[in-house]
Write a protein that binds this ligand. Sequence first.
Ligand SMILES: [Zn+2]
Ligand SMILES: [Zn+2]
Length: 272
Amino acid sequence: MKITSDIHTHTFLSACAARESYPQDFMRVCKSFGIKTLGFSDHLWDKAVPGSSNWYAPQDVEHVLQLKELLKGPECQAQCGGLKILFGCETEFLGGKHVALSREAMSVFDYVLIPPDHFHMKGFTRPADLNDPQGIKELMIRRFMEVMDLGMATSVVHPFHAMGWTPEMPRLIQSMITDNEYIECFTAAKQANCAIEINSCAVKPIDGNDGVGDDKFSPEYVRMMTLARETGCTFSIGTDAHNPKSIENAGGYGRFDRFTDVCGITKILFND
Ligand SMILES: [Zn+2]
Ligand SMILES: [Zn+2]
């Protein structure tokens, strides 16, 4: 499917993004690759919610709202023609009802991305001593279901991607999740009206092939997303770019086009 939307991007307002990650450059680059709807989703911890980390604390609602002013400025105004711009956020989730966005602040955003498993934040988003694959898998499934119970997420981002261990860990954990476990999760997502994100990490060629048209995708990601499609889920597209240059370096959205074709996916949020 031709991808025309990307709602997961980080500007310089995200502490982990490139300092030159400017919204106007996202606009220019995304338009050149056929994107029609571009959403910005900087990292966010609403200060109305207790339990922030030192890293998250400065990235509050007021901080990410600065983007709205930038969008009105001359640099963005010169680039935004032909694009629909959405103002979103990627908040944080610590399990249970502990989401880093208050219901009051939700209305500020056009959409809300929730990551169920930012497990690289050891001792914060997950227990510091959690290292066994079975335990990681179980926590991952539980967090996914808890995100659905919140009923706040427009889309659940980079689902079932175990970040924070070895590069092999995501694939190992995914191989341990049964079809039925996925179907249970995706049924809950469908009921919660929450989209499943196809992130750059899902469409990354596994043979290192950067060529056009013959990517070998991870069989585990193809299984996961095909099951989500068969369950009736809607999807969202997210490069999760922390610098517009990374979209250029990946050659645009061709991998997303081909991956969605392989999985038979056509229901994509904000896509023409
Ligand atoms: Zn994330
Ligand atoms: Zn992100």
